[in-house]
Design a protein around this ligand. Structure first.
Ligand SMILES: Cc1cc2nc3c(=O)[nH]c(=O)nc-3n(C[C@H](O)[C@H](O)[C@H](O)COP(=O)(O)O)c2cc1C
Length: 218
């Protein structure tokens, strides 16, 4: 039986750091390179790299503010100046932000698999940051789904935001978060055993099924 290793401990303890608890310093250039390298080391059916990164370092987090501001007007045309100021400063909440864009490649590999691979990138970035002693948080928020923002960044119809990974130095340790009960979502298969789908525990019937899907190109 394999021993419990440092890697196992890391995987069992990783938690997102709230951006409220992230301060300078940002990862060094060398650490950033390592984080990106680990981010790109994910399963990817067919080696199509169906994702790319947009790094917002110190200055870029400020330079993106006008686009965020303009984009928020699309969300709420009646937003006050104070609200627009607040929204324009979203990327300033952490020392480093890495955008992960899922890009559908022309390939025989199903789009669903290409999108899943982008999700794996996001988690690997979080693991990498954590392993190097930083805090990380995978967020999407409103701007990930805002057409003006996506267009302004240079995304096209094959691109979708998989996430923005906020990274910084944590000011405190993270509280544990409740995890799913494995007994509700794991089935040891046999011909007559009903599947544990977790519906009773994890559905929120008042919302119904999500309407917002991933937009795939034709
Ligand atoms: C695709 C995706 C988007 C997310 N977007 C947000 C978000 O916009 N705001 C938020 O508070 N948490 C968001 N989360 C949740 C956090 O990243 C994180 O899962 C949560 O804070 C705790 O997870 P952890 O304790 O396993 O790190 C998102 C998670 C995923 C997978």
């Amino acid at each position: 039986m394999p021993n419990s290793t440092t890697a196992t401990k890391h995987l069992l303890t990783r938690r997102s750091t709230s951006i409220r608890n992230m301060v300078d310093p940002a990862p060094s250039q060398e650490d950033l390179k390592t984080i990106l390298k680990i981010g790109a080391r994910v399963p990817d059916h067919g080696k199509r790299a169906p994702w790319y990164f947009i790094v917002f370092d110190e200055q870029a987090r400020k330079d993106i503010a006008p686009l965020l501001r303009e984009s928020y007007k699309q969300e709420d045309p009646n937003a006050t100046d104070a609200k627009l100021d607040l929204e324009s400063e979203r990327f300033l909440r952490a020392p480093l932000v890495i955008g992960v864009i899922s890009r559908i490649r022309e390939a025989k590999h199903p789009m669903w698999e290409q999108v899943l691979s982008a999700g794996a990138v996001c988690l690997n970035l979080c693991h990498a940051a954590h392993a190097l002693g930083y805090g990380a948080n995978w967020l999407t928020e409103w701007y990930s789904f805002n057409d003006h923002f996506k267009k302004g960044l240079g995304l096209d119809e094959r691109d979708n935001v998989a996430g923005f990974i906020y990274i910084g130095t944590p000011t405190c340790s993270n509280e544990e978060r409740e995890r799913p009960y494995l007994s509700k979502i794991v089935t040891h298969w046999s011909p007559d055993t009903p599947l544990n789908k977790g519906d009773k525990e994890y559905n929120q019937p008042k919302f119904g099924l999500p309407k917002q899907g991933v937009k795939f190109p034709d």
